[in-house]
Design a binder for this molecule. Structure first.
Ligand SMILES: [Zn+2]
Length: 72
């Protein structure tokens, strides 16, 4: 899992090969999305989140880009 502060910037960096793999530091590539899941908010409501996934071509690990606002 990779926590991202700005979804838009993370998506841009991922698409342009500027997001490094936390395992081997090679550039990650988009790899679809993780399953949608409910995330409880501070006010007690829930929000549906469908995080992006990324895959490293070098070590072949996949990573989920989870918005930092979601509790881990
Ligand atoms: Zn890697």
């Amino acid at each position: 899992m990779i926590a991202v502060l700005d979804d838009g910037q993370a998506s841009h960096d991922l698409t342009h090969g500027q997001l490094p793999c936390p395992t081997c530091h090679s550039p990650l590539r988009p790899w679809g999305s993780a399953r949608q899941c409910p995330v409880r908010q501070a006010d007690g409501s829930t929000r549906q989140v469908r995080p992006q996934r990324a895959r490293c071509r070098t070590c072949r690990h996949t990573h989920v880009l989870l918005p930092a606002a979601c509790p881990g």
